[in-house]
Every structure is written in C-alpha cells, then in structure tokens.
Design a protein around this ligand. Structure first.
Ligand code: KE4
Length: 425
C-alpha cells in the first residue's frame, strides 16, 4: 500500500522537477511510485504509509553502519549545541584531515567540500592546474557527479573530442573530456597516443558502480597507474562510493594501487553532506589560498557534517572486522541469486557492493552492462519492494550491504530473492 506516497508524489511534482531532488529517486526505470520515507534506523527504512522495509540502498552508500547509528546521532546532537556553521576553521576539521591522511596515506593534504560532484570537479581543476594540461580521460559508464565537463559521451571523433550528454552543457565545455572504455587498456592507450602531452589526468571509479557494479579486470588499475606515470598525467581515483566501503583505506588499499588524487563522498560524511579531494602535498599546494587553483565553499567542513563524518570513520577504524562481516553477508546474497537464477543472470560482487544483471553475459564493461534486460530488473525490483526489500530502483546502481543488516535480515532477503527469481526464470 502506497497511498500517502502517491499523494506526496503528486504534490511534489508541482514544485520539484519530477517530484524529486535527485533523478534516480523518481523510480523512473522501474515504473513504480517512489516511496516517500518517514524514518530509518539500522537496516530498516519506513515509508509514509508505514511500510517497513529492509534497506539496501543505504542512501546510495553512506549508510555502511546502518541508519541513525546511535554514536553518530549523539555526536551530531552534541555539535548542534555549539551552533550549526561558522564559516571559519574548527579543530574538528584538523582532526578530519589528520584522520583522512592516516586512513588513506596518499591523501597527505585534503580539502573538504559538500558533495562528491564538488570533490571531483575540484580534483580535475587541480590536476589541470598542476600539469598545465587541459584534457582529461573518463570512462563510459562511470559517473563522477554532474559538473559540466563530466556530462559527456564519446563524440564521432572519439579519439580527440566528446559531446555533451546533457542539455545545457555547451560543446566547448566537453571538448577536453575524452572517453575510454572501462577494462579496455587499448582504448586508453589510443587516447594517449592521439593526444600526446595534452592529458592532465585519468579519472576512474576504481570499482565502477554507476553502470551497476563492474569490478576492474585484473591489472587494469595497475595499467592506469603506469600509463599515467609514463605520460606525465595524474591518476584520480573517484572513491566516492569505494572509499571506506571496500576497505578502511578504500579501493587503493584493497587493490594496492595508489592514485595521485582521491575524491571521497558518501561514507566520509556519515550521512551528512561532505565531499573530499586530496593527494600529495606537492599537488595539493596548488589549491587556494596556497596556490593558484581556486576552490571555495560556504559550508565546507561545517561542524555538524564533520561531527557525523568523524564519528563514522572512528567507528570503522575501531572495528575493522566490519569488512569481513560485510563480505560474508553480501556473498550470502550473491550465492542465493546464483543458486536461484543460474546462468540467466550475472551477479557482480566486490566486498559489500553488488549488482544483479538480467543477462546471461558476464558484465565486464559498459556495453555488456547495458545489454541487460532492464524490464526484467524492474519486475525483480517490484517483487522485492512488495515483499519488504528496498533495493536499488535502477539496474545501473549498486546494492549496498551495511553492518546493521542482521543474519535474519539477510536470510529474509535471500528467501524473497529466491522466491522472486524462481518465479521469473
Ligand atoms: P554527489 O554529488 O551525488 O555527492 O556525488 C557524485 C558522485 C561522484 N562519484 C561517484 C562514483 C558517484 O557514485 C557519485 C554519486 N552517486 C550517485 C549514485 N550512483 C548518487 C545518487 C544520486 O545521484 O541521487
């Protein structure tokens, strides 16, 4: 029953584009009315009609500890007592920068911003300022936020230019963004050969999670590390999803590949709006007021968000066993899918990130990802929703497992998924 959600959705559409403040929330690709949420605690999310569901969206990643972790809530409440924002430096921001450098050693120096988009946009500007080059390489199917230069698709002359992938983005804004294929080293080599000494950076999701979950092929990240070094370009790991998700030190710890710049979001804010970009001192000293690359933000490092982020990272640091627990829970779900659906679906899982693609193909890149049957995914999503499981409302998003998901939650989820797939396949 979703009566109240329907009412609110109609009201929302009168004053908010599509009725939502971020497009994927509209459930457009799964053909259902989006559930308007009233509250969330631990592994559970409750909509305005009182439906309690087991949540695997986890706010698209921040919720690694589950919703409203008591210690995080307590720190937020405490911080509110001292005011909400000062527009001035605080001790907590120093503690955050020190903790980031401890957990992700390549981030010797970091700057807090308010979203992943802002973090990636800024990191690219730093890379261009540092190398004095204009072109960047991104990968088809990877998403790095909605800054103009990153809303691109490969143009006809793909080796030397791109075209906007959104209305409102002038062609001039994307001409310096080149598009390669994920897990395809040759496509990257071609771009470097066609644009000698012009590429400032390669920006990559070390585990692609915006075309559904597509892990890097063995050696792919090492290849990117090497080809950027050889060509005087920087390697930017966009760890907005993988940061603190795959390991306490993120994908760069998990895969033992060290980028020049890293961007963070989601978990680093513990559910509050924080993005981060950072790297070696010699690169980050380009950033204003120290250097010539300008970047600023009214609410950057605000005390409430920083309190939530600090406590979240401290909890993760205190309990590194969380990553093994997450691995086991996510593996249980992946195994259930494989047992129930066999070769009819492809399950990609790495750590607590997983995607179920309705295709018999192995999904290893954008092309194989988009070959999946999104109508079948919508059917799967609707069955789970109707049976109390709230998973990603898009084939091309990830399913996130949290430390709050209990053994009972996982078994319930597996039972619902098994019943669904046996009815579909
Ligand atoms: P935000 O600006 O949404 O905080 O972060 C942008 C971003 C950057 N890099 C990566 C790898 C990301 O996945 C994201 C944002 N992720 C999406 C979900 N895949 C956010 C959800 C949404 O757009 O509503």
């Amino acid at each position: 029953m979703d009566t109240r959600s329907r009412e609110l959705f109609e009201a929302a559409k009168r004053h908010i584009p599509g009725g939502v403040n971020s497009p994927v929330r509209a459930f457009g690709s799964v053909g259902r009315t989006p559930r308007f949420i009233a509250s969330a605690h631990g592994s559970r999310i409750v909509d305005v009609d009182g439906n309690e569901m087991i949540d695997y969206v986890c706010s698209w990643g921040p919720g690694i500890l589950g919703h409203a972790h008591p210690r995080v809530i307590e720190k937020v409440r405490e911080a509110c007592g001292y005011g909400l924002t000062y527009g001035a430096p605080t001790e907590q921001e120093v503690q955050m920068a020190e903790l980031l450098a401890e957990l992700i050693p390549s981030m010797e120096v970091s700057r807090l911003v308010s979203s992943g988009t802002e973090a990636v946009m800024s990191a690219i500007r730093v890379a261009r300022g540092y190398t004095k080059r204009d072109k960047i390489v991104k990968f088809k199917g990877c998403y790095h936020g909605h800054s103009d230069g990153l809303l691109v698709k490969a143009g006809s002359a793909a080796l030397t230019t791109s075209v906007p992938d959104s209305a409102g983005v002038p062609a001039d804004y994307t001409k310096n963004t080149l598009v390669a294929q994920y897990n395809d080293p040759a496509s990257v080599e071609e771009l470097f050969q066609a644009n000698p000494e012009e590429i400032a950076a390669v920006v990559v999701e070390p585990v692609a999670a915006n075309m559904g979950v597509v892990p890097p092929a063995p050696g792919f990240l090492e290849f990117l590390r090497e080809i950027t070094k050889q060509n005087g370009a920087l390697l930017i790991f966009d760890e907005v999803i993988t940061g603190f998700r795959l390991a306490l030190g993120g994908a760069q710890e998990y895969f033992h590949v060290t980028p020049d710049l890293t961007t963070l979001g989601k978990i680093v804010g513990g559910g509050m709006p924080i993005g981060v970009y950072g790297g070696k001192h010699e690169i980050m000293e380009m950033v204003s007021p120290l250097g010539p690359v300008y970047q600023a933000g009214t609410l950057s490092g605000n005390p409430i968000a920083t309190a939530a982020g600090l406590e979240t990272l401290r909890i993760l640091r205190e309990d590194p066993g969380i990553y093994q627990r997450l691995e086991e829970k996510a593996q249980r779900i992946a195994e259930t899918v494989r047992e129930a659906a066999g070769e009819a679906v492809c399950v990609n899982r790495i750590g607590s990130l997983l995607s179920i693609f309705f295709t018999p193909e192995q999904v290893t890149d954008h092309e194989s990802a988009v070959s999946s049957d999104t109508a079948r995914y919508a059917e799967y999503f609707g069955y789970l929703l109707d049976h109390g499981i709230y998973t990603a409302p898009s084939q091309f998003e990830a399913m996130f497992v949290s430390d709050a998901h209990t053994g009972e939650d996982i078994e319930t989820t597996c039972r619902v998924i098994r019943d669904c797939l046996r009815g579909m396949i």
